[in-house]
Design a protein around this ligand. Structure first.
Ligand code: SF4
Length: 305
């Protein structure tokens, strides 16, 4: 029984085989870290945790891709790949940097999908056109939203607004790019209703995918200080499961779930400890949906996106 649309099932239907994501570090920066918007970053962002550091270590994109591709192929035959520009904001900076980055990925063996992680305020029509020309069967923008509340975005020092996200989604739709919205549950000052308002906001936009996880506290972040001073308490596991299930049942039925829980680096994580056990959380979400006979979108009220 499937309780929600998983990315693996979605890709399997299209490519008739398993699609493996390959995370890549192209050496981009972030305007929320380099001083353009701020030097502090989002309150949960650990500077070392947001990038793999492979690019800074001298490993080019092609080498990164081929190295990881060989590792995956040693374990599974018949894979195709999604090249995933994951670290920091991969459309930040001049358009020539984006063009040079994509040129390195063109025609690498097995690349069927391109995924590009970025901020909604680092996109314009020209950059979207550059991305749209990449020779892949699917192109996904992995766009950070986190919350639709202006107050929350300010509190967590995101440096962009919900309108920036809405605008970027519109640009992506013009050029046929797919959007995966990144959302966090348990942000400071948010309750379940505010979190569900963000789900509703996403439902109304041309968004085709979602990544959801609980807010966890990593070392060397502003959030770590809040947590140590008792100003922030992460969601408990049962609470997160309840919020995730509420999100899934409220979500538009066609949206593909790219992630339903976080995957923090164990050596960076301060709290909550339960976040380390990703599969237990996924099991709890699925079991809750099974016991209560729930499925994605069953509480969604039809609206024109
Ligand atoms: S936008 Fe991403 S990379 Fe930039 S500070 Fe926030 S979490 Fe870190």
């Amino acid at each position: 029984m499937k309780y929600y649309n998983t990315l693996s099932d979605y890709w399997k239907k299209i490519f008739n085989t398993r699609v493996q994501k390959i995370p890549l570090d192209a050496g981009f920066d972030c305007p929320n870290r380099d001083g353009t918007l701020s030097r502090n970053g989002c309150i949960f962002c650990n500077p070392s945790g947001s990038g793999t550091g492979l690019y800074a270590g001298g490993m080019g994109l092609k080498e990164q891709y081929l190295y990881l591709r060989d590792k995956y192929l040693a374990r599974h035959k018949n894979l195709v790949f999604a090249a995933y520009l994951q670290s920091y904001s991969n459309t930040y900076g001049p358009k020539s940097q984006l063009e040079l980055t994509l040129q390195q990925l063109e025609f690498l063996p097995g690349v069927e999908v391109l995924c590009v992680g970025t901020r909604p305020d680092c996109l314009d029509r020209e950059k979207i056109s550059i991305l749209a020309e990449f020779p892949a069967r699917e192109i996904w923008l992995e766009l950070g939203l986190q919350s639709c509340s202006r107050d929350t975005l300010k509190l967590i020092n995101r440096g962009h607004t919900p309108l920036d996200f809405e605008y970027a989604c519109g640009l992506a739709r013009e050029q046929g790019l797919k959007v995966c919205a990144h959302i966090i549950a348990g942000l400071p000052g948010e309750n379940l209703q505010i979190f569900l308002n963000t789900i509703d906001f996403v439902n109304r936009l041309p968004v085709q995918g979602i990544k959801l996880h609980n807010l966890y506290v990593c070392k060397n972040t502003p959030l770590a200080r809040w947590w140590m001073q008792g100003h922030y308490t992460p969601l408990g596991r049962e609470e997160y499961v309840q919020w995730a299930v509420a999100a899934l049942t409220s979500l538009r039925p066609d949206i593909v779930i790219h992630r339903i829980t976080g995957d923090p680096a164990v050596n960076e994580l301060l709290a909550p400890a339960w976040s380390k056990n990703k599969s237990a959380t996924i099991n709890d979400i699925q079991e809750t949906m099974h016991i209560k006979n729930l499925s994605q979108g069953m509480n969604f009220n039809t609206i024109d996106p």
